[in-house]
Structure formats: structure tokens, C-alpha cells
Design a protein around this ligand. Structure first.
Ligand SMILES: Nc1ncnc2c1ncn2[C@@H]1O[C@H](COP(=O)(O)OP(=O)(O)O)[C@@H](O)[C@H]1O
Ligand SMILES: [Mg+2]
Length: 334
């Protein structure tokens, strides 16, 4: 049996990964979260539930290495943004001292994806990227068509995203190179779940709409075949050297052409729709981590979903104690 530890068990992405892997007869699934009330913990048997420190805690990776060693974990799947860079940085150590393979994109991919300015520069020669500049003297001086978007280079959950309606409003923002100025894309928005194999070859790119969103999580939408959306998302994946899973967000420009908004280099919370449509990303990511060759191409069907909350009932004595409650801001996933 392959032992898989899934972190972020309280988030929609964590729950989706756990549910997908529980269906694998060859895997024993362990679930971890920093909060004892994380729902996904209670989808696995009691002896496979783990409490971990917050991803930003300096002890996080050390504790994970120790835990993986003790539990003889073969594959570690992190579904939490803040955990990915520290884990990816110490991927080799995790493998050497605990024998655990980290199922997460390469550090170089994370570095590009987590900085929206670097991402735009990296992708602009490969595909349609909205005009993007730093909020500095040169950036402000450009002949922008208003409105423009101003947002943090490193942001999440739409925090700090502003529509700036004219030049006086842009000038009033002052200079702040931690922010970017970006051409406003007025059209429909899409999330494309992508997986690339060990050689960076894109195996699947599944565009879906976020038709209804609640607290940053898509609660209704549909997958759709659109060669242009699939091509743009695939080009972005190739440009950033993706190996594994990412969520590429696109939006149509004034001419209706899909353009790159951002890349979340991890599993999306709305992934159950993608899985039901035929592309079981967690299972494919597990195969990738295990060195099992992936198919050349995995197709999907057009499918719509609506979602609701569901209860897991446990004996109160079973609820794990943890020093941390819930997720810090920034852990909400699309
Ligand atoms: N250039 C843009 N044009 C139009 N809308 C945008 C643009 N950039 C961001 N937005 C809106 O803001 C949301 C959040 O921006 P995004 O780039 O996805 O950053 P994050 O999700 O990391 O906060 C997007 O889903 C989109 O609705
Ligand atoms: Mg986003």
C-alpha cells in the first residue's frame, strides 16, 4: 500500500484530494490540518488523522519531515498555498530523510506563479497576457486605457484588487513596486485545471466557469470544451515549467480573446467538478509522484455542478485538540 499524507484537510481542495484518493485501492490516506476541527480529518480512520503547525511556522517543515518519517509516508500532498514554497525548497531533504516524495510543482515554478509581475513577463512571449507594469514611475507614465486594475504582485483571495478609473486616481496611488498595474480584462472569467507530466507535457487542461462564488469558493459552474482556453492555459503551464497540478485563471479581453490573470500552483477547491468531468487530478498527481507514467492525454466531458455543505458526525471525544483555530487569511482557495 502507498501511504499518502494530505495537508489542508479543512479546505475544499484538501477535502477533494482526500475523497479522490480514498477511492484508490492501493492508497492509505492520512489527513492533516493545523485545526482539529478541519472536516477532512474525519473522512479518514482515527489513526490516520494528524495535527500540523501552520505553514508559516518556522518549525513546519521540520515537523512534517519527522511526521512523514514516523508514519512512513510515501507521498505528501499539500493543498495549502503557504506550505508549498517551504516544502518545495526542502524536497530533497524530505525524500532523503523520510523517504517521502513531495507532490508539488518545482520551486522555480512556484516562484514564478506566486509573483504576478514575474508571471506576466515569463508568459508574454508565449500567449496573450494583459499589459502589466509595476506601480513605479515608468509604469505609471505608460499611456494606459482606463480603467486599469491595480493589485499586489503577491496576493490571493482578491485582497487588494482595485479598479482604477482614470489617470488622476492612478497618480493618487503614488509609487509602490509591490503592486502591479494591469490592463482591465472586461470579459468572462475561467479557471482551467491543468496537469503536466514529469517532462512538462500537458496531459489535461479543463476550463470551467465560476458561475456562483461563495467566500471565494466556486459553488456552481460548468466545464466546457474551448480549444482557445485550453491552448492558452497549456502555453502558460509550459512557460512556467509546470510539473504536476496548477489552476490557471483566464479572462477575456475587449476582443473576446482569453488572456492570463494568474496561476495558482496547486489544487483548486472547485476541483470535484473537474474530477467528475473525467480528469481525476489528485489520482494523476499521485501516479506522477509514484513515477507511474501518465496517459498522453486525458479528456473530459462538459458537466455542470451545484454544491452544498455536508455534515460529518463524530463522537466529541474524537475531535482533535489543536493550538490553532481555522486557517489564516490567504488560505481560501478558488
Ligand atoms: N486584469 C484584470 N482585469 C479584470 N479583472 C481582474 C484583473 N485582475 C484581477 N481581476 C479580478 O480580480 C480577481 C482576483 O485577481 P487575481 O489576479 O485572480 O488575484 P488573486 O486571486 O490572487 O487575488 C480576479 O478573479 C478578477 O475577477
Ligand atoms: Mg485569483
Amino acid at each position: 500500500m502507498t501511504k499518502v499524507l494530505v495537508t489542508g484537510a479543512g479546505g475544499p481542495a484538501g477535502v477533494a484530494v482526500i475523497r479522490s484518493l480514498l477511492a484508490r485501492p492501493d492508497a492509505d490516506v492520512f489527513a492533516a490540518d493545523m485545526d482539529g476541527w478541519a472536516s477532512g480529518l474525519y473522512l479518514v480512520p482515527p489513526n490516520r488523522r494528524r495535527i500540523v503547525p501552520p505553514g508559516a511556522d518556522p518549525a513546519f517543515v521540520d515537523d512534517l519531515v519527522t511526521m512523514c518519517k514516523e508514519d512512513e509516508i510515501d507521498v505528501l500532498v499539500s493543498t495549502v498555498d503557504v506550505e508549498l514554497p517551504p516544502l518545495a525548497t526542502r524536497r530533497a531533504e524530505l525524500h532523503q530523510s523520510a523517504g517521502t516524495t513531495l507532490a508539488a510543482p518545482p520551486t522555480a515554478t512556484l516562484d514564478v506563479a506566486l509573483d504576478k509581475y514575474t508571471l506576466a513577463r515569463r508568459c508574454e512571449s508565449m500567449t496573450r497576457v494583459p499589459e502589466t507594469a509595476l506601480l513605479d514611475t515608468e509604469g505609471c507614465a505608460r499611456p494606459w486605457t482606463f480603467p486599469v486594475i491595480v493589485k499586489p504582485r503577491r496576493g490571493a483571495g482578491s485582497r487588494g484588487v482595485r479598479i482604477v478609473k482614470d489617470r488622476p486616481a492612478l497618480t493618487a496611488l503614488g509609487i509602490d513596486p509591490t503592486q502591479i498595474i494591469q490592463e482591465f480584462l472586461p470579459g468572462q472569467e475561467y479557471s482551467v485545471d491543468v496537469i503536466a507530466d514529469a517532462e512538462g507535457h500537458v496531459v489535461a487542461a479543463v476550463p470551467r466557469t465560476r458561475t456562483r462564488v461563495d467566500s471565494g469558493v466556486s459553488i456552481a459552474g460548468l466545464t466546457l470544451h474551448d480549444a482557445e482556453l485550453e491552448a492558452v492555459a497549456s502555453a502558460v503551464a509550459t512557460a512556467i515549467g509546470l510539473v504536476g497540478v496548477a489552476n490557471v485563471q483566464l479572462r477575456r479581453d475587449v476582443n473576446g480573446l482569453p488572456a492570463l490573470l494568474e496561476v495558482n500552483p496547486r489544487f483548486a477547491g472547485a476541483m470535484p467538478l473537474t474530477i467528475a468531468a473525467g480528469v481525476d487530478l489528485p489520482s494523476l498527481a499521485l501516479d506522477l509522484a509514484l513515477g507511474t507514467p501518465l496517459p498522453q492525454r486525458v479528456d473530459f466531458v462538459e458537466l455542470a455542478n451545484v454544491r452544498f455543505l455536508e455534515d460529518v458526525f463524530v463522537d466529541p471525544a474524537e475531535v482533535l485538540m489543536s493550538a490553532h483555530a481555522g486557517h489564516a487569511d490567504g488560505d481560501l482557495v478558488p
